[in-house]
Design a protein around this ligand. Structure first.
Ligand code: CA
Length: 220
Protein backbone atom coordinates (compact mmCIF):
# COMPACT_ATOMS: atom_id res chain seq x y z
CA UNK A 1 0.00 0.00 0.00
CA UNK A 2 1.35 3.39 -1.02
CA UNK A 3 -0.37 6.06 1.05
CA UNK A 4 1.04 9.18 2.69
CA UNK A 5 -1.81 9.68 5.15
CA UNK A 6 -0.44 7.76 8.12
CA UNK A 7 -3.75 7.27 9.93
CA UNK A 8 -5.49 6.04 6.81
CA UNK A 9 -2.58 3.72 5.98
CA UNK A 10 -2.56 2.31 9.49
CA UNK A 11 -6.31 1.68 9.53
CA UNK A 12 -6.30 -0.05 6.15
CA UNK A 13 -3.29 -2.15 7.08
CA UNK A 14 -4.88 -3.26 10.32
CA UNK A 15 -8.08 -4.19 8.52
CA UNK A 16 -6.29 -6.12 5.79
CA UNK A 17 -4.09 -7.96 8.29
CA UNK A 18 -7.21 -9.09 10.13
CA UNK A 19 -8.28 -10.61 6.81
CA UNK A 20 -4.97 -12.48 6.60
CA UNK A 21 -3.20 -10.25 4.09
CA UNK A 22 0.41 -9.24 4.58
CA UNK A 23 0.75 -5.50 3.99
CA UNK A 24 3.83 -3.36 3.42
CA UNK A 25 3.22 0.37 3.63
CA UNK A 26 5.20 3.06 1.83
CA UNK A 27 4.49 6.75 2.43
CA UNK A 28 5.74 8.21 -0.84
CA UNK A 29 5.80 7.31 -4.50
CA UNK A 30 9.52 6.57 -4.80
CA UNK A 31 9.64 4.15 -1.87
CA UNK A 32 6.31 2.67 -2.95
CA UNK A 33 7.50 1.96 -6.45
CA UNK A 34 10.62 0.28 -5.12
CA UNK A 35 8.55 -1.89 -2.75
CA UNK A 36 6.02 -2.75 -5.48
CA UNK A 37 8.81 -4.03 -7.72
CA UNK A 38 9.94 -6.55 -5.09
CA UNK A 39 9.09 -10.18 -5.78
CA UNK A 40 6.22 -11.52 -3.71
CA UNK A 41 3.92 -8.53 -4.08
CA UNK A 42 0.45 -9.58 -5.29
CA UNK A 43 -1.30 -6.24 -5.61
CA UNK A 44 -0.82 -2.53 -4.99
CA UNK A 45 -3.23 -0.17 -3.26
CA UNK A 46 -2.09 3.20 -4.47
CA UNK A 47 -3.10 6.66 -3.33
CA UNK A 48 -3.25 9.15 -6.17
CA UNK A 49 -1.98 12.24 -4.37
CA UNK A 50 1.48 11.44 -3.00
CA UNK A 51 4.60 13.46 -2.28
CA UNK A 52 7.24 13.05 -4.97
CA UNK A 53 5.99 10.64 -7.62
CA UNK A 54 2.19 10.70 -7.65
CA UNK A 55 -0.05 7.69 -8.25
CA UNK A 56 -0.16 8.23 -12.01
CA UNK A 57 3.64 8.26 -12.22
CA UNK A 58 3.98 5.15 -10.02
CA UNK A 59 1.48 3.19 -12.13
CA UNK A 60 3.11 4.31 -15.33
CA UNK A 61 6.56 3.33 -14.01
CA UNK A 62 5.32 -0.12 -12.93
CA UNK A 63 3.68 -0.83 -16.27
CA UNK A 64 6.60 0.46 -18.29
CA UNK A 65 8.81 -2.01 -16.41
CA UNK A 66 6.50 -4.82 -17.41
CA UNK A 67 4.88 -5.34 -13.99
CA UNK A 68 1.22 -6.21 -14.46
CA UNK A 69 0.21 -6.88 -10.89
CA UNK A 70 -3.22 -5.43 -10.00
CA UNK A 71 -3.27 -1.76 -9.01
CA UNK A 72 -6.20 -0.36 -7.05
CA UNK A 73 -6.05 3.42 -7.06
CA UNK A 74 -7.43 5.56 -4.24
CA UNK A 75 -8.47 9.05 -5.05
CA UNK A 76 -9.79 11.84 -2.87
CA UNK A 77 -11.19 13.58 -5.89
CA UNK A 78 -14.44 12.69 -7.49
CA UNK A 79 -13.30 14.03 -10.84
CA UNK A 80 -13.98 11.84 -13.84
CA UNK A 81 -10.74 13.16 -15.36
CA UNK A 82 -8.61 11.66 -12.57
CA UNK A 83 -10.25 8.27 -12.83
CA UNK A 84 -9.83 8.19 -16.58
CA UNK A 85 -6.21 9.29 -16.26
CA UNK A 86 -5.60 6.65 -13.58
CA UNK A 87 -7.08 3.86 -15.65
CA UNK A 88 -5.21 5.08 -18.72
CA UNK A 89 -1.95 5.04 -16.75
CA UNK A 90 -2.60 1.34 -16.10
CA UNK A 91 -4.56 1.15 -12.84
CA UNK A 92 -7.04 -1.74 -12.80
CA UNK A 93 -9.67 -0.17 -10.60
CA UNK A 94 -10.20 2.83 -8.37
CA UNK A 95 -11.99 3.82 -5.18
CA UNK A 96 -13.06 7.35 -4.34
CA UNK A 97 -12.34 8.43 -0.75
CA UNK A 98 -14.09 8.15 1.60
CA UNK A 99 -14.96 4.51 0.97
CA UNK A 100 -16.27 1.65 3.07
CA UNK A 101 -13.54 -0.78 4.08
CA UNK A 102 -15.72 -3.69 2.91
CA UNK A 103 -15.76 -2.20 -0.56
CA UNK A 104 -11.97 -2.01 -0.59
CA UNK A 105 -11.85 -5.68 0.43
CA UNK A 106 -14.34 -6.69 -2.24
CA UNK A 107 -12.48 -4.85 -4.99
CA UNK A 108 -9.13 -6.24 -3.86
CA UNK A 109 -10.52 -9.77 -3.88
CA UNK A 110 -11.93 -9.22 -7.36
CA UNK A 111 -8.56 -7.95 -8.64
CA UNK A 112 -6.67 -10.86 -7.10
CA UNK A 113 -9.12 -13.33 -8.63
CA UNK A 114 -8.84 -11.80 -12.07
CA UNK A 115 -5.37 -13.10 -12.83
CA UNK A 116 -4.70 -16.67 -11.70
CA UNK A 117 -0.98 -16.13 -12.40
CA UNK A 118 -0.90 -13.41 -9.78
CA UNK A 119 -2.56 -15.44 -7.09
CA UNK A 120 -2.67 -19.13 -7.92
CA UNK A 121 -5.64 -20.79 -6.25
CA UNK A 122 -3.46 -23.35 -4.49
CA UNK A 123 0.29 -23.52 -3.84
CA UNK A 124 1.92 -26.95 -3.78
CA UNK A 125 5.49 -27.80 -2.80
CA UNK A 126 6.16 -31.50 -2.32
CA UNK A 127 3.36 -32.83 -0.14
CA UNK A 128 2.53 -29.42 1.34
CA UNK A 129 -0.57 -27.74 -0.07
CA UNK A 130 -1.51 -24.19 0.87
CA UNK A 131 -4.78 -22.60 -0.21
CA UNK A 132 -4.59 -18.80 0.17
CA UNK A 133 -8.31 -18.24 -0.37
CA UNK A 134 -9.52 -20.92 2.03
CA UNK A 135 -6.62 -20.20 4.41
CA UNK A 136 -5.81 -23.89 4.83
CA UNK A 137 -2.62 -25.92 4.85
CA UNK A 138 -2.19 -29.67 4.59
CA UNK A 139 0.88 -31.87 4.65
CA UNK A 140 0.48 -35.33 3.13
CA UNK A 141 -3.26 -34.70 3.22
CA UNK A 142 -3.25 -34.00 6.95
CA UNK A 143 -4.55 -30.55 7.99
CA UNK A 144 -2.02 -28.27 9.73
CA UNK A 145 -3.32 -25.45 11.90
CA UNK A 146 -1.27 -22.24 11.61
CA UNK A 147 -1.50 -18.76 13.10
CA UNK A 148 -1.90 -15.78 10.75
CA UNK A 149 1.84 -14.97 10.78
CA UNK A 150 2.89 -18.60 10.42
CA UNK A 151 0.55 -18.89 7.45
CA UNK A 152 1.90 -15.71 5.86
CA UNK A 153 5.50 -16.88 6.34
CA UNK A 154 4.78 -20.28 4.82
CA UNK A 155 2.88 -18.69 1.92
CA UNK A 156 5.81 -16.38 1.21
CA UNK A 157 8.34 -19.24 1.22
CA UNK A 158 6.04 -21.41 -0.91
CA UNK A 159 5.76 -18.70 -3.55
CA UNK A 160 9.53 -18.88 -4.02
CA UNK A 161 10.44 -22.55 -3.55
CA UNK A 162 14.13 -23.24 -3.96
CA UNK A 163 15.01 -19.56 -3.60
CA UNK A 164 17.04 -18.60 -0.55
CA UNK A 165 15.26 -15.78 1.27
CA UNK A 166 17.25 -13.56 3.58
CA UNK A 167 15.85 -12.70 7.01
CA UNK A 168 15.53 -9.07 5.90
CA UNK A 169 13.49 -9.98 2.86
CA UNK A 170 11.25 -12.24 4.91
CA UNK A 171 10.80 -9.46 7.48
CA UNK A 172 9.91 -6.96 4.80
CA UNK A 173 7.21 -9.16 3.31
CA UNK A 174 5.78 -11.07 6.21
CA UNK A 175 6.09 -8.45 8.91
CA UNK A 176 6.62 -4.82 8.06
CA UNK A 177 9.27 -2.13 7.98
CA UNK A 178 8.88 -1.48 11.73
CA UNK A 179 10.47 -4.84 12.53
CA UNK A 180 13.81 -4.10 10.91
CA UNK A 181 16.57 -4.99 13.33
CA UNK A 182 14.52 -7.59 15.15
CA UNK A 183 15.39 -10.39 12.80
CA UNK A 184 15.23 -13.16 15.38
CA UNK A 185 11.44 -13.05 15.04
CA UNK A 186 11.97 -14.86 11.71
CA UNK A 187 13.98 -17.62 13.37
CA UNK A 188 11.33 -18.01 16.03
CA UNK A 189 8.52 -18.36 13.48
CA UNK A 190 10.51 -20.72 11.27
CA UNK A 191 10.87 -22.81 14.43
CA UNK A 192 7.09 -22.80 14.93
CA UNK A 193 6.51 -23.82 11.31
CA UNK A 194 9.02 -26.63 11.49
CA UNK A 195 7.41 -27.97 14.62
CA UNK A 196 3.99 -27.96 13.01
CA UNK A 197 4.97 -29.13 9.54
CA UNK A 198 7.83 -31.51 10.12
CA UNK A 199 6.74 -34.47 12.13
CA UNK A 200 9.29 -36.40 14.19
CA UNK A 201 10.07 -38.62 11.19
CA UNK A 202 9.11 -36.10 8.52
CA UNK A 203 11.48 -34.81 5.88
CA UNK A 204 12.93 -31.39 6.58
CA UNK A 205 11.01 -28.77 4.62
CA UNK A 206 12.59 -25.44 5.52
CA UNK A 207 16.37 -25.45 5.35
CA UNK A 208 18.62 -22.96 7.10
CA UNK A 209 21.21 -21.30 4.89
CA UNK A 210 23.89 -20.31 7.34
CA UNK A 211 24.48 -16.56 7.56
CA UNK A 212 21.75 -15.78 5.03
CA UNK A 213 18.29 -17.04 5.74
CA UNK A 214 15.96 -19.84 4.77
CA UNK A 215 14.81 -21.80 1.76
CA UNK A 216 11.80 -24.00 1.34
CA UNK A 217 12.60 -27.06 -0.69
CA UNK A 218 10.38 -29.76 -2.05
CA UNK A 219 11.62 -33.34 -2.30
CA UNK A 220 14.42 -33.80 -4.82
CA1 CA B 1 -2.46 11.32 -0.32
Amino acid sequence: MIEDEIKMARAIRRGLEQEGYVVDVAADGEAGLEAALEPGVDAVILDLMLPGKDGFAVTHALRSQGRWLPVLMLTARDGVGDRVRGLDAGADDYLVKPFAFDELLARLRALLRRDPMVRPPVLTVGDVVLDPAAHTVTRAGRPVSLSTKEFALLEFLMRWPGTVMSRDRILLHVWDYDYTGRSNVVDVYVGYLRRKLEGPSGDPLIRTVRGIGYVLQGPA
